[in-house]
Ligand binder design. Structure first.
Ligand code: ZN
Length: 347
């Protein structure tokens, strides 16, 4: 009950890449960089295990950014000539690569880090990939001319890599879809269909992560415009509840999301965000347990997995490590607090 896990990314050590950045520059190249990525992956596996997470990940130490890390392995994308584009409905500008031809995988994307992580942990291993809708919102299309067609092309490639990750021994494959919270109508029109194309044939656990983004200034400002209650999930959860996806990772701690919206995910595992990644204040384990308690009113205990609200890539490394500890300790307190109490003797 209440097995703690994480959304995905973790901060990169200063010897691997620039710190506190969403698109950091690597500190080395070639074989040195490959070795540094592997070292950072092993370091974070150890720290996640020490913190007490039941499901661990590679912390996305081998990719510069959660979307572009995948795109770098795709043929038909011009990475040399990035263009400035407003993403997430123009919430902020990003330098994005251009799709210039038929999309095809050059080969494996995450085999090295997946096999490395699998060889060094006996815990459940989760791997994240960007979702098709979020990819489409983070590239400039100069070839397909049709968003849905391009999303389905990406979904086929994601599926190819996901099946290979499953063969590598990965237990949970999660697709990150922050764009689901921005283009809600598209989610029901084609977003869920693209997601289901990406998980086609998978027998491992499948998940989708939908959040309000990293704790960067553009996101903090955007959240201020969303009002007292953030009800985006209300529009998309029914479609996800009806889908073949096993788990939904969502934001809860420190947000204005009404916890009651989790009730719309009947039949799914719910990865409840109990750690706020937009704040450097480390939650106390008691606060984490309280958040789990709030979610427990709407999610059955056996389907509730305490998690981080989102990735922690731009965060300070030590703060992230302490937040993971608070997450696992809070889950432990919640187990003690909310487990069915044994019958009390009458005398
Ligand atoms: Zn997120």
């Amino acid at each position: 009950m209440f097995e703690p896990t994480l959304a995905g990314s973790l901060p990169k050590p200063a010897w691997l890449a620039e710190t506190h950045k969403l698109w950091p520059q690597w500190k080395s190249t070639g074989a040195d960089l490959q070795a540094a990525k592997a070292d950072a992956t092993l370091l974070w596996l150890k720290l996640q295990e020490d913190a007490g997470l039941a499901t661990v990940g590679d912390g996305e130490q081998s990719r510069q950014h959660f979307v572009h890390g995948f795109l770098e392995a795709v043929e038909g994308i011009d990475f040399e000539n990035k263009v400035k584009m407003g993403i997430r409905n123009n919430r902020y500008d990003a330098m994005v690569p251009q799709v210039t031809g038929e999309l095809r995988l050059r080969g494996r994307v995450h085999q090295t880090e997946a096999k490395l992580a699998r060889a060094h942990t006996t815990r459940k291993l989760k791997f994240t990939l960007p979702g098709p809708m979020t990819i489409v919102d983070t590239v400039a299309d100069r070839f397909y001319g049709d968003k849905v067609k391009m999303a389905m092309a990406f979904a086929a490639l994601l599926n190819q890599e996901a099946l290979a990750l499953q063969a590598d021994g990965v237990d949970v494959i999660q697709f990150d879809e922050p764009a689901f919270n921005v283009f809600m109508d598209d989610v029901t029109d084609w977003g869920v269909a693209a997601l289901e194309r990406a998980i086609q044939g998978l027998t491992c656990t499948t998940a989708v992560h939908i959040c309000y983004g990293y704790g960067i200034a553009a996101n903090v400002d955007w959240k201020k415009t969303l009002g007292d209650e953030w009800r985006q999930y209300e529009k998309i959860f029914p479609a996800l509840a009806a889908s073949r996806i096993d788990q939904v990772s969502l934001e809860c701690a420190g947000s204005q999301v009404p916890p009651s919206l989790m009730a719309l995910l009947g039949g799914k595992d719910v990865l409840v965000g109990v750690i706020d990644v937009a704040s450097d204040t480390v939650e106390t384990p008691e606060e984490v347990a309280d958040t789990i308690g709030r979610a427990l009113r709407y999610v059955p205990a056996n389907r509730l997995f305490p998690c981080t609200n989102c990735g922690m890539a731009p965060m300070d490394q030590d703060i992230a490590r302490r937040k993971l500890q608070a997450l696992a300790r809070g889950a432990q307190i919640a187990r003690e607090r909310y487990a069915a109490a044994p019958a009390q003797p009458s005398t």
